[in-house]
Design a protein around this ligand. Sequence first.
Ligand SMILES: *Cc1c(COP(=O)(O)O)cnc(C)c1O
Length: 217
Amino acid sequence: MGLSEIKERVQKAEAEAGRAPGSVTLIAVSKVQPDARVEAVLEEGHRTFGENRVQEAAGKWPGFRERYEGIDLHLIGPLQTNKARQAFDLFQAIHSVDRPKLAQTIARLAQETGHCPDLFLQVNTGEEDQKAGVLPGDTDAFVADCRALDLPVKGLMCIPPVDEEPSLHFALLAKMAARNGLSGLSMGMSGDFERAIALGATHIRVGSAIFGERDYT
Ligand SMILES: *Cc1c(COP(=O)(O)O)cnc(C)c1O
């Protein structure tokens, strides 16, 4: 696989779903990948990347930013409140807003700095104990809370349970976003992004299908 093949598959899925070309943002998830692989994708002209840890992103992206213009960095992993300020400096979007305390911290930082990354609220659609995100039943209230704080909420995000058909979760997320008047849907990874696009994804998060398997050793 690789970037160009994934881009072709995205275009095909957009067309099949009757979606406008370019309506889906491809976030290349570069976490854990060696710099050389990330650099190769930058050289191909791609500029939208996802990282799941603030610390790792802080070590790696300032250097790339000195050499490549227009990098758009998305935080897709959990955010501790004590790392929120650092996240503000690094990321143009945060996909993991999952609790009121974090929303309050972000609101305070937005006041202080005069800017705020685009925000996606993470929903634990599978209601899994070990997974972050607000429960589906709490989502409407959380959206309202974030709006009351004047936060720029662009949409919802989910990571479906590994052992379930993701389409059910994508459809649920799309329904919750629609009833809250939110247009952004961050859903779909290497194994299921075409199904996510069919169900309305605006942001897909694709790692291994672009870069190859992650080596955690
Ligand atoms: C790692 C990660 C991805 C990418 O997963 P792949 O299966 O490699 O495409 C997407 N979303 C989140 C939240 C991740 O942590």
